[in-house]
Design a protein around this ligand. Structure first.
Ligand SMILES: Nc1nc2c(ncn2[C@@H]2O[C@H](COP(=O)(O)OP(=O)(O)OP(=O)(O)O)[C@@H](O)[C@H]2O)c(=O)[nH]1
Length: 301
């Protein structure tokens, strides 16, 4: 896909949700109580966290306990635990029963660039044609999952939250076990699924997803973060399967030069696609949704 510049568009508000009240944010009794925050180990120390699980249901794949589907939207990595075994890897395109698993697409990028907003928009755009689910990653909260629940972009049982407790890239690149459990549990609970979106917590330009966790990755930056971001490069900008330059509607207000960003992105990425997007604009997430559909067509071919 060649770079597509979008004209700054007028601000619009999201249409009110048409979903029934039962799809709104769970009552406090369904929210697992937060444990006290785990002290930051200091920077990005390579701690291997393990997911906390509860509930009587066991996964078909591992036999380990799985949260009740009603609680499946929230889980937490326990950072007081380490293990010496290899990190889980699951790049196999098939499930144990031989059926093809869902395509997994990761969304990463700096804090506040618009990852959650893009995930929400993708859910609204694709949910009528595809069976999809979402895993969110936050450091100490479940805010991204709560936002998606409040917006009722999907039924609650299709949204799962991982609390990373440390630098977000540790959970999407270094020890992916909590996220792998989350995607596999979602497929067990509400599958078969066509697509699972895995949203990383906001991180820096070096954050990328393990190929054992996702099949394709989208890196979301925004024009307000500075129009020199594409020039600075980093693995997210240079290697992501799709680079999204979000919030183009803000370019005139923050003095960002979109043509320069497009040229720098082209220099860094060669033929890899770039989408310039404003979720406030008329076309919204349409280009990214088209890219996802293309990946899905290749996945299921
Ligand atoms: N003007 C404008 N605002 C946007 C756009 N996309 C997202 N936003 C706003 O930017 C803010 C941050 O968006 P989020 O989707 O929460 O960003 P995020 O990358 O998920 O943030 P973290 O999870 O904290 O890293 C929110 O207030 C969004 O409404 C856009 O295209 N244009």
């Amino acid at each position: 896909m060649s770079p597509a510049l979008k004209a700054p568009a007028q601000q619009t508000s999201h249409p009110p949700s048409s979903f029934p009240p039962s799809w709104q944010i769970p009552s406090p009794s369904r929210i697992r109580p937060a444990t006290p925050p785990v002290p930051d180990p200091g920077g990005c120390a390579p701690r291997i966290p393990r997911i906390g699980l509860n509930g009587p249901v066991r996964t078909r794949r591992t036999g380990r306990p799985r949260p009740d589907p009603a609680e499946n939207w929230s889980r937490r990595m326990h950072l007081d635990h380490t293990h010496s075994g290899p990190a889980a890897l699951s790049a196999d395109a098939h499930r144990p029963d031989g059926t093809r698993r869902a395509l997994r697409v990761g969304l990463g990028g700096p804090v506040g660039s618009g990852k959650t907003a893009t995930v929400a928009a993708l859910c609204r755009e694709l949910r009528d044609q595809l069976s999809l689910a979402v895993v969110t990653n936050d450091i100490y909260t479940r805010e991204d999952a709560e936002f998606l629940l409040r917006e009722a972009v999907l039924p609650p049982e299709r949204i799962s939250a991982v609390e990373t407790g440390a630098c977000p890239h540790t959970a999407i690149r270094d020890d992916i076990s909590a996220n792998l459990e989350a995607v596999e549990d979602l497929e067990d609970a509400v599958g078969p699924l066509d697509l699972i979106l895995v949203e990383s917590g906001g991180d820096n330009l070096t954050a990328t997803f393990s190929k054992g966790l996702v099949d394709a990755q989208i890196f979301v930056i925004d024009v307000a973060g500075g129009d020199d971001i594409p020039r600075k490069g980093g693995p997210g900008v240079t290697t992501a399967d799709l680079l999204v330059v979000n919030k183009t509607d803000l370019a005139p207000y923050v003095g960002s030069d979109l043509a320069r960003m497009a040229a720098d992105a082209k220099a860094q990425r060669a033929e890899l696609p770039v989408v310039f997007q404003s979720l406030r604009g008329e076309t919204g997430v349409a280009d990214v949704a088209a890219w996802v559909r293309g990946r899905l067509a290749a996945w299921t071919a």
